[in-house]
Design a protein around this ligand. Sequence first.
Ligand SMILES: N[C@@H](CCC(=O)N[C@@H](CS)C(=O)NCC(=O)O)C(=O)O
Length: 206
Amino acid sequence: MIKLYGLRMSNYYSLTKALLIEKGLDFEEVKAPPTQKSDNLARTPMGKMPSIEVNGRFMSESLAIFNYLECLQPEPALLPRDAFASGKTLELVCHIKLDVELVARRFLPEVLLKTPVSDETKNQVTADLKKGMAAIERIAVYEPYIAGNEFTIADLYAFYCFGLAGQMAQAVIGVDIMEGQPKLTELLGRLAERPSIARVQAEAAS
Ligand SMILES: N[C@@H](CCC(=O)N[C@@H](CS)C(=O)NCC(=O)O)C(=O)O
């Protein structure tokens, strides 16, 4: 059985758990905080969460784990069959991860540890977030899912990345990244009701 390492408070752990549920795969959750201890580094070379263990072998990075699970359990498919549409779906994932979530993550020290970030960081993150959100608006489809007419891995990244980025931007700079994004707001509300995501949220709160 697949073991999922990490903590339920993590957005990427939650995403990977929702993915395992979507794929209908059996898995076991193992509590493992992000540390630089050797046992954790053996599972995940940057010490981050999540990671998985399969028959004594380890893998980190949610997108790599997604690729593995998609090959292991092709149905239900979380990428479109059409080659170009599949690439476009992963293009969206990259922009959500790199140009929104990772940008807003620079506010984490202030939000989690109460260590204020500098005004320079605030200004840079404000500008970069605006650019990232505009980039996504240019390529998001919303018909009715973010990459087209099927639920895909990009919807999971949208749910778990925009949620965290939005909370951090609101807390540190008072910016609502969802302002002027009615389709994205509607999508995130709809995704919250999806059984996989609802279960992950409920279990994280318990
Ligand atoms: N690119 C990684 C990001 C994982 C990540 O940022 N995990 C956070 C928790 S959500 C973490 O472990 N942070 C602790 C650290 O950076 O040391 C993925 O997609 O899995």
